[in-house]
Design a binder for this molecule. Structure first.
Ligand SMILES: [Zn+2]
Length: 178
């Protein structure tokens, strides 16, 4: 680290402490040449990729934009702000973990939809209708049908599991009889 007084390249660290939020380290240094003291900060580089819009424009990842979109979709739904914040956090982490320099906005939309699908189906449909900008009502109905079908499959599977538990209990009962 170059000394700001005499530009000498070598200095010694005399004190080093972490910031309150644990996101940076503050170091007091003394120049090996002129003896002047100065401070440096070391920060973790947050690798948030740029978002590539549909028309190819790049913009900075905007957490609050996503948060607001999800809050809107969850309006009057039995969803807490805490759940929404966690959801956005997970999406943000996945975006960061991708390690890409650029991420398509559609990819972020997909991640949010996946999350909302698990959280609240009404919120999911609301978000999907805005986000996907369905061309017509039929496209929207197809999406709904898919959703209802998936939900049905989930319920059937649960029923099958339930029956499985029941029948294995019956078997156990028979076992005791013999
Ligand atoms: Zn110096």
């Amino acid at each position: 680290m170059k000394c700001p007084f005499c530009s000498h390249p070598e200095s010694s660290v005399i004190d080093s402490r972490t910031s309150k939020d644990n996101l940076s380290i503050r170091r007091r240094r003394v120049c090996d040449e002129c003896g002047n003291r100065f401070t440096t900060y070391e920060r973790v580089e947050e690798a948030v990729p740029l978002v590539a819009k549909k028309d190819g424009r790049l913009e900075a990842f905007d957490r609050s934009k996503i948060l607001n979109g999800v809050i809107k979709a969850c309006e009057k739904r039995p969803v807490t702000l805490n759940q929404i914040e966690k959801l956005v956090e997970r999406v943000e982490h996945r975006v960061q973990d991708s390690g890409d320099k650029e991420i398509k906005s559609s990819q972020i939309g997909q991640e949010i939809m996946k999350e909302l699908h698990e959280l609240d189906q009404v919120a999911y449909v609301r978000f999907a209708s805005v986000y996907r900008q369905f061309k017509d009502i039929n496209e929207f109905m197809d999406e709904l049908k898919d959703l209802i079908e998936k939900d049905k499959q989930k319920r059937v599977k649960q029923q099958q599991e339930f029956r499985g538990v029941l029948s294995s209990e019956k078997m156990g009962g028979q076992g005791r009889l013999f």
